[in-house]
Design a protein. Structure first.
Lengths: 382, 382
């Protein structure tokens, strides 16, 4: 036995490996579906004449951001300041932080980012504006500031016209800040089950955004950008005539939560994100136990689904830390079949927090590993 | 603006910082409580004459493993093979993989680990044994193999005496494998609400383990090690006279799920793990929105609690990806108080998958940052 401080786990996959050779748990991207999703959303935004600024919180990977930019995105959204750094390092030069932040450590990050890229940020409180404006002046950087308005989410964002006016005026008092427009996101309507309910709810939210913008217009204040939307309402928001920019994220992957929605036409993204699991215990007759548990898949929006076609007689029943318990639902068909070592593909319930568990995507085409992409912003929640 | 491929987020804390200066979300260890927990469990194991092999899946940090070893642990458990690597690199020389694995990539890892440390592993299927035994012979390494027996969890592990005998015989056929004894864990009884129910359930499970051992003894086969237990039943298992080794993990941290148990005497670990959050939006009257959401705390075993004493009028109500919505439950007391920027300490519902979200622990004593420890095995689930 030799101590060896440089010992490291082997790579989970190598270029050209077959899918069966990938060490599990592994987070897979099915490239054909992924490329379809990237192209279709870009085309949809183009058709409606809105800017596409995909949300990088979904994937946290600079390679994916670069592919989105190559397809026509004007920049990306991040949800946290620290999350933006790997994208800046990879050359993404226009980033919008679509979430409020507070405190000296966060303001310092914003200033540093603004030295390197075209930075825009989001506020809903005068103290956020004053802290940022003072620091930006001192540093000699310009930052574009959008005001978040509440269009039904009841989370962040001002909900009253006077509040909006007060913040826009506050931005105007800081020479280093520039009023960029409105942030308006309603997460609650992204997963409404029927297409028609999403359509009418998105229309109602767009009306609310329009009212904020009209209030400002009546005061002689233009909103260069009205940004928001998500994967579930992008088709409506892009066509609304209100939003100038959409920021969907999950569309690159699709997940079981979004797939449970009713979709219409070609808007539904294809499943491109999967988790490869391996059955590693078959000691019980009615279950198979796989190696993907709570540390391999986020369960906040439901348990993962079994990818159709391969292991249809299994159902993901419950998750412990590193165990996934798969119920054998067609037990008659499985009699006498020992499934130890069988690879099972899972569709995660919620893609964003699942991607945040992994360090790499293993990219698959035609059943082989074509590429491996780092998830550089994983864990960067500050 | 200057492109800079080396730009990186600043550190979330520096030595000597006050807690208020830590950039949130941050995963905190309160060192006094943590050291108490380490010492108390070690002392309990010593008193009962059982070996302590703490489960490193809870913390995934080599510094913590070293502190557990210094307090008297004989080695550590890991739940996955890749998880063991950072501990090997840090000099931990006795690691037990307390979970089944299958496939050539996993067997290759086991062989590599066995070249560096005293490795023991866990099986419940003859195919696992044969693959490992063949590879170990070819590589010229010895591996200790324990057989998992089911004591009520109904997950992995053989449930019949003939199955156990078949596996023990299988191990004996491989000259490079050594039968180490029994793995016996019942996760389901760790969180039984009352102390007495845990005590009687642990006793029933210990009886089951004893029956397996007696069956082997009657065949002339000794079990050098009978290992299992967890934070909820360690006090009973250590005193059972059946287990020779206990493998609790969460005791170093405690979490809200374990704290909901009824405890007795000095067995209850103290809360040492917290998440520092910051209120970053106060645009609504009845809620405060903090910067810790699904990417900053695991919610599989319940939402986080507000740490008592500081923000008692808040209740963690729901989590989105990067937002934690805190309900203001004592609204009358909060009138006129703008809480933007207030730091809130959360107690995670489930420590293991929460620690797996972070890259570092920020260690606090007397309100200041005393140390920062890497979570090197984070994400290593292969």
């Amino acid at each position: 036995m030799n101590a060896d401080s440089s010992i490291k786990p082997p790579p989970i996959a190598k270029y050209g490996d077959s899918l069966a050779q990938v060490s599990t748990p592994a987070l897979l991207i099915e490239l054909d579906a992924f490329e379809h999703n990237i192209a279709r959303m870009a085309e949809m935004a183009r058709q409606h004449g809105v800017a596409l600024r995909p949300h990088a919180k979904a994937h946290k990977s600079s390679v994916i951001a670069q592919k989105q930019m190559a397809a026509g995105a004007i920049g990306i959204c991040c949800q946290k300041l620290s999350e933006a750094y790997p994208f800046v390092a990879a050359g993404i030069s226009d980033i919008y932080i679509s979430n409020e932040f507070v405190g000296p450590a966060k303001v310092a990050m914003a200033i540093e980012l603004a030295r390197h890229i075209k930075l825009s940020v989001c506020v809903d409180h005068i103290a956020q504006i004053d802290a940022l404006g003072t620091a930006a002046s001192a540093a000699g950087v310009m930052i574009t500031v959008l005001v978040e308005v509440d269009i039904g989410q009841a989370r962040c964002g001002v909900a009253r016209m006077e509040g909006l006016a007060m913040l826009v005026d506050g931005i105007a008092r800081h020479p280093a800040l520039h009023f960029g427009g409105l942030q308006a996101f309603h997460g609650g309507i992204q997963h409404l089950a029927t297409w028609d309910l999403r359509r009418t709810s998105a229309a109602a939210s767009a009306d609310k955004v329009a009212a904020y913008a009209q209030f400002l217009a009546a005061r002689g204040i233009a909103c260069p950008v009205i940004t928001g939307s998500g994967t579930g309402t992008a088709e409506f928001d892009a066509a609304s005539g209100v939003f100038t920019e959409i920021q969907p994220g999950s569309y690159v992957f699709m997940d079981a939560h979004y797939a449970a929605n009713e979709w219409s036409g070609s808007a539904m993204p294809r499943h491109s994100l999967f988790i490869a699991a391996t059955i590693m215990s078959t000691a019980k007759d009615d279950i198979a136990v796989c190696d993907v548990g709570l540390k391999g898949v986020a369960v906040d929006s439901g348990l993962p689904l079994i990818s159709p076609g391969q292991s249809d007689d299994l159902k993901f029943d419950r998750a412990n830390d590193e165990h996934g318990i798969l119920k054998i639902i067609d037990h008659a068909g499985a009699v006498g079949r020992d499934r130890l070592g069988e690879q099972v593909l899972l569709i995660p319930g919620h893609c964003d927090p699942t991607a945040n568990l992994y360090n790499q995507y293993v990219c698959i085409r035609n059943g082989c590993v074509e590429d491996i992409w780092n998830i550089e912003a994983r864990g960067l929640s500050q």
